[in-house]
Design a protein around this ligand. Structure first.
Ligand code: A3P
Length: 298
């Protein structure tokens, strides 16, 4: 029996072959760059453009569904942990596409706002978006790619250039953020816009905001009983990175995305330790220009 992802890749072969491509394995679809076909290794086609196309054709959201959306490396894992479900699957993965019913109403995605399956928008499903300072997103992504597969990752200077020109998975980063940001202004009851930096600064308050938005507000008794603080502690970087530690001897190339890979430093501003003043200036200028007139602060 052919696996679901192989069938999907075959189904969209012609559509994908007509898309603009670049030699690092990305193609441009509806204004954003995504992987296509099988990538990283032969069995991993998660987050590829074909998965997005299949979701657009097949996925039927329920009005009660909630989606946690983000550009990769913006704090998705943390947001997922802080949410009141044990497991929050990414919708653009083979396991989800094989069995969408196991989602239990709370799902995650990295796709752009414009490419979301129409039923998510039409039903007014709630969407929580987490955004992060692009410099830290870039540094976090670079380390991530290096860990995932060393030979697959570009030298930092090349990766920086690609990121700044928008050519990275889910990129252009700025357009990704702007899509959800504008939606949060137009449909504030449906789209909540959070930042990693606010989450670091006042986790408790942001968690209360999140809980209220997704329809599970804390009661004042729960707040008095320190329940919110307990959740915050359980989801802290220290706690999560500890429980997700894996055997260092295990072959990470086989287990492509072992849990510990999602925890590196968990701080704001680590990019200053890697980027020169000149590079910081370049990326800050892009941010200033792209976010001009928008109230997006990190
Ligand atoms: P760094 O690489 O800067 O440390 P994503 O989950 O979207 O892939 O984002 C990963 C980033 O979130 C990594 O950033 C990771 O360390 C950070 N992160 C993961 N869990 C966290 C937590 N509980 N608190 C703060 N940051 C966290």
């Amino acid at each position: 029996r052919k696996k679901k992802m192989s069938i999907i890749i075959e189904r969209y072969k012609d559509k994908v072959s007509a898309l603009p491509k670049i030699n690092n394995g990305l193609c441009k679809y509806e204004g954003f760059w995504y992987a296509h076909g099988f990538w990283l290794n032969d069995s991993n086609a998660n987050f590829s453009v074909e998965a997005i196309m299949a979701l657009q054709d097949e996925f039927q959201a329920l009005p009660t569904d909630v989606f946690l959306a983000s550009h990769a490396k913006s704090g998705t894992t943390w947001l997922k942990a802080l949410s009141p479900h044990d497991y929050v699957p990414f919708i653009e993965t083979e396991s989800f596409l094989n069995n969408p019913s196991y989602a239990n109403g709370l799902m995650a995605t990295h796709m752009s706002y414009t490419s979301l399956p129409k039923s998510i928008i039409n039903f007014g499903c709630r969407i929580v978006y987490i955004c992060r300072n692009p410099k830290d997103v870039f540094i976090s992504s670079w380390h991530f790619m290096k860990k995932v597969k060393d030979e697959f990752s570009a030298p930092m200077d090349d990766a920086f250039e690609s990121f700044c020109s928008g050519v990275n998975p889910n990129g252009p980063y700025w357009d990704h953020v702007i899509g959800y940001y504008k939606a949060s202004l137009e449909r504030p009851n449906n789209v909540l816009f959070l930042t990693y930096e606010d989450l670091i600064k006042d986790t408790k308050n942001e968690v209360k905001k999140l809980a209220k938005f997704i329809g599970c507000p804390f009661t004042s008794k729960e707040e008095d009983d320190r329940l919110v603080q307990e959740i915050v502690n359980l989801c802290s970087f220290e706690k999560l990175s500890e429980v997700n530690k894996v055997n260092q001897n295990s072959t990470t190339t086989k287990k492509v995305l072992s849990n510990d890979i999602f925890f590196r430093k968990g701080i704001v501003g680590d990019s200053a330790n890697y980027l020169t003043t000149e590079l910081i200036q370049i990326i800050d200028n892009i941010t200033k220009e792209k976010f001009d007139g928008l109230n997006i602060a990190f």
